[in-house]
Design a protein around this ligand. Structure first.
Ligand SMILES: NC(=O)C1=CN([C@@H]2O[C@H](COP(=O)(O)OP(=O)(O)OC[C@H]3O[C@@H](n4cnc5c(N)ncnc54)[C@H](OP(=O)(O)O)[C@@H]3O)[C@@H](O)[C@H]2O)C=CC1
Ligand SMILES: O=C(O)C1=N[C@H](C(=O)O)C[C@H](O)C1
Length: 249
């Protein structure tokens, strides 16, 4: 598998390291403003079977054009897309296989499965999503918090509330509180809190390194390269993801 890494920040570097450890061939690294690597996708002239993207939403148009023009599957792990940008990804997936997920760890795929089962049973509980990340993270709430919110909204009639300071009113049962913490070098923590009368349930996922995301992105790349055009995520690649992401580094 010939991989092109798009975005060579903290995650791009770890993807290269994990790919190397797994014997996966990285044929190109594309990062804007890079002297060391290729600056734009247009300049790529080496064999590429799949692109792994951990970059910035500003680069999405170029990324989708590259995938479509050269018929190359894309693993899009960047976060912070607008609804319109997500729609553009979906449209492009009619032409090429695209894996898009705001979290590529297997644990978050499992957490989502748990939410699908648990949320319909929690009508008397208030639900809050709390995420914590490193000080360098620019988007808030995290993409994963949004992914979890969508999973909860699919099972209960709730509305995400991102800001509480301007309100002076009791919490409504239909609210879904969203909270972001930024500091230090936290790799990524996501808690779904179910607060009931005199009791609480917490479902929590903690990333213990960035490798978990790189490993999941490489597993996703390996599973989509032979797929037909379509939009994939960890839920619909669940069976394959189970054994691939459990490979020890
Ligand atoms: N789906 C998942 O599981 C995960 C997703 N992510 C997401 O991946 C993305 C990258 O994360 P990370 O590597 O930590 O971030 P970094 O900031 O370390 O790297 C970002 C990369 O994108 C480029 N970039 C940033 N902003 C712009 C811009 N406005 N225009 C063009 N290029 C830009 C940077 O280029 P340059 O260095 O030249 O500025 C760099 O190569 C984020 O959206 C993050 O949330 C992260 C971890 C897991
Ligand atoms: O920026 C990060 O670091 C992470 N971003 C993703 C997100 O926004 O959810 C996934 C992970 O939590 C790490």
């Amino acid at each position: 598998m010939n991989v092109l890494i798009h975005g060579f920040g903290a995650m791009g570097r770890i993807v290269e390291e994990v790919a190397h450890a797994q014997g996966v061939n990285v044929t190109a690294i594309v990062s804007p403003g890079s002297d060391e690597h290729t600056a734009t996708l247009n300049e790529v002239d080496v064999p590429v079977d799949v692109v792994i993207d951990f970059s910035n939403p500003a680069l999405l148009p170029d990324l989708l054009a590259f995938g479509r023009e050269r018929n190359i599957p894309l693993v899009i792990a960047t976060t912070g897309f607008t609804p319109d940008e997500l729609a553009e990804i979906e449209t492009a997936s009619q032409d090429i296989p695209i894996f898009q997920s705001y979290n590529t760890s297997y644990g978050i795929a499992l957490l989502k499965q748990l939410l699908d089962q648990l949320v319909p049973l929690t009508l008397g509980y208030d639900i809050e999503v709390i995420e914590a990340h490193h000080r360098k993270k620019v988007d808030a709430p995290s993409g994963t918090a949004e992914l979890l919110a969508r999973a909860i909204e699919a099972k209960r009639d709730v509305t995400p509330i991102y800001e509480r300071t301007s309100r002076r009113e009791a919490r409504g049962a239909e609210e879904l509180g969203m909270h972001s913490i930024r500091g230090g070098t936290i790799f990524g923590e996501h808690t779904v809190l179910f607060a009931g009368d005199d009791e609480m349930i917490e479902l929590k996922h903690t990333a213990l390194s960035k490798r978990v995301f790189a490993n999941g992105a490489l597993a996703a790349a390996a599973t989509i390269i032979d797929r037909p055009a379509g939009l994939y995520n960890l839920s619909n690649l669940y069976e394959e993801a189970t054994h691939v992401t459990h490979k020890r580094l």
